[in-house]
Design a protein around this ligand. Structure first.
Ligand code: ATP
Ligand code: FE
Length: 367
């Protein structure tokens, strides 16, 4: 099978061509950083309009790069949710119109299922079901149990902010220097890893000085709001609104904050893993924060402690951990191979859609 995938659930307009023998013939991602920078974040209306402008060109580029014409394409897969309605509608409508005109099936895909199953596309020897997927990014901090192709359980979610969002806030508060191209996460990682400067080399701050918002022993939930070291930084450095703190403090707060948040993540994952009835075949880590080396080390140590048999860790390449359409095309392929023939062209767009209610509105006659 050769499948064209479209993704437009948030601010990236993406198109890709993927084959059932796991070849990514193309994967085009058009970001909207410049627009977001102008408005201080994703604006639904602006993002929607940008998708209308860019999506046709992105689709043409994906087909062109792959060297295929629509006559070679067996189906069009698209993100049906969850996401921002206007943004989603551009990809949904483009995909269905192309599919209708070419006489091929259109397949609606759950965005988070696609993140969870990327590893089946990218790994030489991927984990068998059941396996865990941790998605840690600017918008998500969730741990999902992938039981089967069509069955998922959300084991952990955040009660407030996502870990990446908090990392960005802290880095901004500390006024860490950064370039727009790289983002703030890698900068915070670099400061956290740098050796402590006086006076902190002799008297380090304790991660415990950063109380977690709703860290409650035994509760399977994440919380990052209490990690805001706003008050900590202010008490250490009252002039924070006037000037950037000295580098010694930037390094130390970055380190303490990063350690505290990753310890919290690791502790909660361990908690839910201990409660699992069946052993899992791996932990797949994706999302921008997953590229952090300190997090990778922390997770490795945690997994070594959690059970008798070591649980392998998987990290799909960063370009496929963040939003892309190759993962959407891939889930389209998996669903078609599992027996889906076609879906109605008027299925509801699901801007809110739990991973635990997958495709419950697709009529049985479609299989
Ligand atoms: P989503 O796709 O969930 O809506 P997003 O677009 O922010 O959110 P990503 O691009 O996957 O998703 O992740 C970006 C986030 O990852 C940012 O918050 C960034 O600071 C963080 N990040 C990137 N690299 C690192 C790193 N090395 N260490 C820590 N955080 C990082
Ligand atoms: Fe995503």
């Amino acid at each position: 099978l050769t499948v064209l995938g479209l993704e437009s659930s948030a601010d990236d307009a993406c198109a890709a061509v993927v084959t059932s023998d796991r070849r990514i013939l193309s994967s085009v991602v058009r970001k909207q950083h410049h627009i977001n920078a102008q408005f201080g974040g994703i604006q639904p209306r602006e993002a929607h309009e940008a998708h209308i402008r860019t999506m046709p060109g992105v689709i043409a580029e994906a087909l062109d790069t792959a060297g295929v014409r629509m006559a070679d394409v067996d189906a069009v897969a698209y993100t049906r949710g969850p996401g921002m309605f206007g943004c989603l509608s551009v990809g949904v409508n483009s995909a269905r119109a192309i599919a209708a005109a070419s006489g091929v099936p259109a397949v609606g895909v759950h965005h988070m299922q696609a993140h969870a199953l990327t590893v089946l596309l990218t790994e030489e020897s991927p984990p068998a079901f059941p396996f865990l997927t941790l998605l840690v990014s600017g918008g998500h901090s969730i741990l999902v149990l992938a039981e089967r192709l069509g069955s998922y359980r959300i084991l952990l979610d955040t009660l407030d902010n996502a870990v990446g969002q908090t990392i960005d806030k802290v880095a901004r508060l500390l006024r860490l220097p950064h370039s727009h191209a790289a983002g703030l996460g890698p900068v915070l990682e670099r400061y956290a890893a740098a050796p402590p400067l006086p006076p902190y080399d002799a008297a380090p701050l304790e991660p415990a000085t950063l109380p977690l918002g709703r860290e409650r022993a035994g509760e399977a939930a994440l919380s990052f709001s209490g990690l805001y070291p706003d008050f900590l930084v202010r008490s250490l450095y009252p002039d924070i609104d006037g000037s950037a703190p000295p580098e010694a403090m930037q390094r130390e707060v970055a380190r303490v904050f990063q350690t505290g948040s990753f310890d919290h993540l690791a502790a909660k994952i361990r908690l839910v893993m201990r409660r699992l009835e069946t052993p899992v075949n791996g932990l797949v880590v994706s999302g921008g924060v997953g590229s952090n080396l300190a997090l990778r080390e922390r997770l490795r140590t945690m997994l070594d402690e959690v059970g008798d048999t070591p649980v392998p860790l998987y990290y799909p390449p960063v370009s496929l951990c963040t939003d892309n359409a190759a993962m959407i095309a891939w889930v389209g392929i998996l669903r078609l191979e599992a027996g889906l023939r076609r879906e109605p062209l008027d299925l509801e767009i699901r801007k809110q859609w739990s991973l635990e209610d997958l495709y419950d509105d697709v009529p049985a006659s479609c299989y």
